[in-house]
Ligand binder design. Sequence first.
Ligand code: SDX
Length: 377
Amino acid sequence: MASKGLQGVVIGQTKLADIDGDAGELIYVGYDIDDLAHHVSFEEVCFLLWNGRLPKQAELTELQRQLGSQRALRPEMLELLRAFPRDADPMAALRTAVSALGLYDSDADDISDEALRRKSIFLTAQVPTLVATFHRLRSGAEPLPPRPELGTAADFLYLLNGEEASATRVKTMDAALVLHAEHGMNASTFSARVTAGTKSDLYSAITSAIGTLKGPLHGGANVEVMHMLREIDESGVSPREWVLRTLDEGGRVMGFGHRVYRAVDPRAKMLREMADEVMRESGDAHWLELSDQIRAVMDEEMQKRGKKIYPNVDFFSASVYTTLGIPMDLFSAVFAIARVSGWTAHLLEQYANNRLIRPESEYIGPRGLTVEPIAQR
Ligand code: SDX
């Protein structure tokens, strides 16, 4: 019997992340996400995912140097981004730009472990610059040159907003990247592994992943959450009325529910915690208060309906990213900035122990028909 959406189907083994959906727990390579988000940087998580252990100081310093020195865009890429329509969807723009990066890589099709590791660092360095540069160009501002001495989170906020972010904002951005880096066999990771399974190149696999993450049921949900918050805010309808009406119409409250979690997504818990601190600094807790009201109604309603639907990673990231000055329609692209580390780590696994991923399907169409001449059809 076909499993719709591959629910519950184990399609392979990984050493990268494990999710306990009932307990609401997530680990990366043996470390609890809570411990990582509080105590290590995004660059340390990149090293952990790519190498199976946390880095020593010298290794971290070298990775930071490599990432910083590979952040700048080559002139042809800048010209390409200038040619993009200013109203292009940011995830469509990112998907196209990453695909184009492959054209300028003379050994794009080299899928040896050494080449893949080199390209994983390159892509993780380039994606934040692509997102920030696309945004500045569409806003009519000149792109800024990256500052290699800054970490990934700090330089992204600088490239995006044109000014250095406060320590609180950088810490919040960095922790958000840690929380979004990896999540097992989610849809975009799976699509990347299917592409790599044919021995296609890394750029094609990451392009597949970005196209998949773009969907509103996956990485696109955080943009939809912000749309929902603004819609409720402008509607004059109370959060309770809005949620009840949405549920009664059979709609989805974005940022809630998950294929695996049957408890609160631990990343949502962390983001809610982080939101307090960064809101205090900004002085604007409006979206967070509205989010809390929506959550309270959903908790009550889902309990009444006997459904285990809880906030997921996208629900509170919307408020946190807004407070960091990230425009709403860039939220999914920010998700991709983090997840490119998880995607490339999964691809190192896939290419190292590859078998073409080709499931079966259950044929339910007609059989035994005979072709009639077209005049008789
Ligand atoms: C991410 O997979 C990952 O790991 C993804 C991710 C990652 O890090 O990579 O965690 C990131 O994608 C988080 C999820 C972001 N998406 C959203 O917030 C979109 C809203 N949520 C959903 O549409 C839904 O919850 C999914 C798609 C996330 C999961 O859906 P499933 O597992 O396919 O479950 P389903 O659609 O079959 O729903 C089961 C029931 C249904 O009710 P019934 O038809 O059984 O009566 O739960 C209901 C659904 O209507 N339901 C919701 C709901 N989500 C599910 N009802 C209201 N609001 C919701 N958000």
